[in-house]
Design a protein around this ligand. Structure first.
Ligand code: SF4
Ligand code: MG
Length: 320
């Protein structure tokens, strides 16, 4: 497997403005020095509670929002060095699927027009070819040619996410960043969409970055999983390793709250004390230290780096 995406020291800070003059009074460090790789053909799951920076990480990688610092390399090309046409070209290869397909589909456009739009923007096919490609893709995602002339409101939530997926696929991308793609759907529909995504991955040799707060969903679809807390990556490991042998106290607490697939193996429930601190004012040292049962003195002042503990298992914690 080769590396398709390299994220190095990625940062996204949002200024907090205040006062009559609207001066910058500080920053929300939504993504704070995050580094990881994605291998071609794999699914990297990213989990964490809401506000941990996982969506912002995805959006910043795609340059839907400008990074404050760090580098993103896609197939070896540094995206921050690209502008105009060369950036647009690479954007065809990196697409996004959103949580709420309804909010991201123009209600006044037919499904056919919605799906043809990216082809027009990228100048990828003429009129007849576009129509043909859209109709093929509708079938591939489990809809039919009949849906070509329908409007988004005529579809169920699950069908709308199929349209969202088709729109991401229309430019034949290599990488898809899916941001909570099944969180708005009923559980019964969730597995249909996850299975569709798995089939499409195989069929089109896709690489996924799959963002979700739901540990069971991430377990179902991922090969490796990264855990984020307050804008930082705190643990990253192959799926089985992470779920069977979590090392970071935060990951251990998260996993203790979800039922083990084997009911005979019970884990003691770890209750986290306190709320997630504000990302505008994260604790010094280890950002998790205010809630960690294993907190030591060093944790309050020194930020732990993400380090390899065993093969492929990375953790940012002074215990290791
Ligand atoms: Fe807990 Fe310290 Fe590890 Fe942070 S670095 S998770 S506070 S033990
Ligand atoms: Mg989010």
């Amino acid at each position: 497997m080769s590396t398709i995406l390299e994220v190095k020291g990625l940062k996204k800070y949002f200024p907090i403005r205040g006062g009559i003059l609207g001066k910058t009074q500080g920053y929300v460090k939504a993504v704070d020095d995050v580094s990881f790789n994605v291998q071609e053909g794999e699914t990297l799951g990213i989990v964490g509670e809401s506000g941990c920076g996982k969506s912002t990480t995805g959006r910043t990688i795609l340059r839907l929002t400008e990074p404050t610092g760090g580098d993103v390399l896609f197939q070896g090309h540094n995206l921050s060095a690209l502008k105009g046409d060369s950036l647009r070209k690479i954007r065809r290869d990196m697409q996004i699927v959103f949580q709420d397909p309804y909010a991201s589909l123009n209600p006044r456009m037919t499904v056919g027009a919605i799906l043809e739009e990216p082809l027009k923007i990228h100048g990828l096919a003429n009129g007849t070819e576009r129509k043909q490609r859209v109709k093929e893709l509708l079938e591939i995602v489990g809809l039919t040619e009949y849906h070509y002339t329908r409007y988004p409101h005529e579809f169920s939530g699950g069908q709308r996410q199929r349209i969202g997926i088709a729109r991401a696929l229309i430019t034949k991308p290599k990488l898809i960043i899916a941001d909570e793609p099944v969180s708005a759907l009923d559980v019964s529909i969730q597995s249909q969409i996850l299975n569709l995504m798995k089939d499409l991955q195989e069929q089109f040799k896709l690489t996924y970055m799959f963002i979700s707060h739901d540990l069971s969903v991430v377990r179902h679809i991922s090969d490796r999983v990264g855990v984020m807390y307050l804008g930082r990556m705190v643990e990253l490991a192959p799926k089985h390793e992470l779920y069977e042998n979590p090392q970071h106290p935060y990951t251990q607490a998260l996993l203790s709250a979800v039922p083990h697939p084997n009911p005979r193996e019970t884990r003691e429930r770890i209750i986290l004390s306190g709320d997630v601190p504000s990302p505008a004012n994260p604790p010094a040292g280890c950002a998790f230290h205010t809630r960690c049962h294993a907190c030591m003195n060093i944790c309050k002042t020194v930020r732990p780096e993400l380090k390899k503990t065993t093969d492929g298992h990375w953790v940012a914690c002074h215990l290791y």
